[in-house]
Design a protein around this ligand. Sequence first.
Ligand SMILES: *Cc1c(COP(=O)(O)O)cnc(C)c1O
Length: 363
Amino acid sequence: MSRPTSAIIDLQALRDNFSLAQSLAPDSQSMPIVKANAYGHGTVQTAKALAEMAPAFGVACIEEALELRSADIRQPILLLEGAQSADEVLVAAQENFWLMVENRPQLEAMVNTQLQKPVKVWIKLDTGMHRLGFHPEDAQSVYQQLSSSQNVAKQIVIASHFACADNLTNKFTKQQLERFESAIQTIAKPDILKSLANSAAILGWPEVRDHWQRPGYMLYGNSPFSQPQHNADRLTAVMQFKSAVISTRNIDPGQSVGYTANWTAQRPSSIATIAVGYGDGYPRQAPNGTPVLIQGRRCPLVGCVSMDMITVDVTDLPQPLSIGEPVTLWGPELPVNEVASHCGTIGYELLTRISARVPKIYL
Ligand SMILES: *Cc1c(COP(=O)(O)O)cnc(C)c1O
């Protein structure tokens, strides 16, 4: 007796995907990125499942890092956007959070705050993304100021982030790599640690093998590429978003389905109503024809997505359909990327939009 909608999270698949990230660059350290509720999979459970294997974790903000500390995760945790105020630098020193330093105010807060313990610092360079980071020309002076501060722990990491690594023929990645390497040259410290690779680079750009890798999306078992890719094809989807049929009906040609009556039957049609909607994070923009898996077959969504329900054309299913029949919205047999491409978005967005109403069941 419960709503049939849930997200089944396969923690062994998560660990296997992490092992793949590690095995592709055995001389690198891999830091699982668990921001945004671990891409919708649950920050704490995800980090706990990887705690034996991961040398550190990466999150977007201090709130996410504190959530992991409250759950007794002991590893260093990198704040990818850095400290947003001087008091966050103080908390970072107490809690062993690592700080990205990507702009002047962060640099000043880092060197001017009175700290009990030094903090591990990553310097972010803007090699072309133009979102965060210092200009590569400033790399040397930023490095000097930070490395001469008592507040900064030894072994600074220099990092940057790729804009187009998910496109394996795009020249931009090589340009970013070159800008990064020439900035590293100006710092001229042989022992400098580097970090560039996100999931797409780990899987598809073997020339990017630095001290630290930062796998996110791939850990959750989906490909960052829109084309098949031999490494990405070895991933297993961690989340199965599932629900069940709660009502069925037959309609005549000319009859419409759902709000705005935007789909009309062209033939005698069987419609199944499923207990999932945009209130659960199923995308409201999903158009007619978006695949929904029932009896192992892709059936087309028809009619608008409602808050709590969707409607699916099951006329072509060979077996009779009954109430209670299980349905997969996405998972190992129906990639979230495939659903996302129907919706004009990416799998990253669909995963992170799973709402709090959906219970997560961990395997
Ligand atoms: C989110 C993020 C990552 C992980 O990216 P994926 O494409 O999910 O692997 C890596 N580095 C930074 C700085 C990020 O913000």
